[in-house]
Design a protein around this ligand. Structure first.
Ligand code: C2E
Ligand code: MG
Ligand code: MG
Ligand code: MG
Length: 280
């Protein structure tokens, strides 16, 4: 009987593993199809100067318009894309599309400043990223100083001793700007930060959310702005939703901000209309 039960347990276990493997395979397959059938979209969120309120750039944010599920959040599918190395192809599509759209808006006299594109850790490790960025710039005709690449703190700090910093240096040498996303949520060595070829710190949204009510968040935000200034880096706040948050950040001398207060991420056509309206 024990043998029997053992066998059943084993069968149950393999059945469950299979279900999970199949779910993953399905998702991978769906992501491949999404690329082939143009189900991905880039949405754009404006970034504004805290001193003047004028747009100083934007961030490109990936969206998946799934035929049955509707809009799927990148938080849900980027991790699976990273596990399956599909992130390479998706990342290429994102870079090419962001550069092409930005080039068009620059040519139309609508866009100034920088377009920020998110890079994932796996994308940096896959190899070929520098060539991908160079090709996206060349194919679109976008000048490199219109492009900004965001990496998270953990990714930037990841290999003090190796290739990743070398790659950031190579990207920087192309003339693109580099920023650290979600700053304050990882472990940063400040000494190390100084040696990274980055120009911008983006304060994570989690510190901004309760800025007006939470003393600790206010203290952390103040410290990050101060660190950025001492290191000669620009500083951008993410997730600004309220006037009180904007005023606090402006008083600190934070350079720029992104958030629902200024504009939500929007499809390319809406963003173009937003840019046109801002110019008038
Ligand atoms: P992120 O790069 O930190 O992007 C900021 C996120 O905050 C975006 O979520 C944006 O929609 C959201 N956000 C902006 N302002 C506000 C606000 O005022 N309030 C609130 N509640 N949220 C705000 P989203 O678009 O869902 O993207 C989530 C994450 O997915 C991004 O975080 C980024 O890490 C990743 N991601 C997005 N697009 C790409 C991409 O093309 N490639 C890669 N590798 N990752 C991407
Ligand atoms: Mg980002
Ligand atoms: Mg962020
Ligand atoms: Mg993030």
């Amino acid at each position: 009987r024990a043998k029997e039960r053992g066998k059943n347990t084993f069968q149950f276990y393999t059945a469950e593993l299979n279900v999970r493997a199949i779910e993953r395979l399905k998702l991978e397959y769906a992501l491949r199809r999404a690329l082939a059938q143009d189900e991905f979209e880039l949405w754009y969120q404006p970034k504004v100067s805290l001193a003047t309120g004028a747009p100083v750039g934007a961030e490109a944010l990936l969206r998946w318009r799934h035929p049955e599920l509707g809009m799927v959040s990148p938080a849900q599918f980027i991790p699976i894309a990273e596990e399956s190395a599909l992130i390479g192809a998706i990342g290429e599509w994102v870079l090419a599309t962001a550069c092409r759209d930005t080039r068009r808006w620059v040519a139309e006299g609508l866009f100034a400043g920088r377009m920020a594109v998110n890079l994932s850790g796996r994308q940096l490790k896959l190899g070929g990223l520098v060539d991908t960025v160079r090709a996206a710039l060349a194919d679109s005709g976008l000048e490199s100083d219109y492009l900004e690449l965001e990496v998270t703190e953990s990714v930037a700090m990841d290999d003090a001793d190796g290739g990743q910093v070398g790659m950031l240096d190579e990207l920087r040498a192309l003339g693109v700007q580099l920023s650290i996303d979600d700053f304050g949520t990882g472990y940063s060595s400040l000494a190390y930060l100084k040696r990274l070829p980055v120009q911008v710190l983006k304060i994570d949204r989690s510190f901004i959310a309760d800025l007006s009510h939470d003393k600790d968040d206010a203290a952390i935000t103040t410290a990050i702005v101060s660190i950025a200034k001492s290191l000669g880096l620009a500083v951008v706040a993410e997730g600004v939703e309220e006037v009180a948050q904007r005023d606090f950040l402006a008083a600190l001398g934070c350079d720029a901000a992104q958030g629902y207060l200024f504009g939500k991420p929007m499809p390319a056509a809406h963003f173009e209309a937003y840019l046109a309206a801002q110019r008038r």
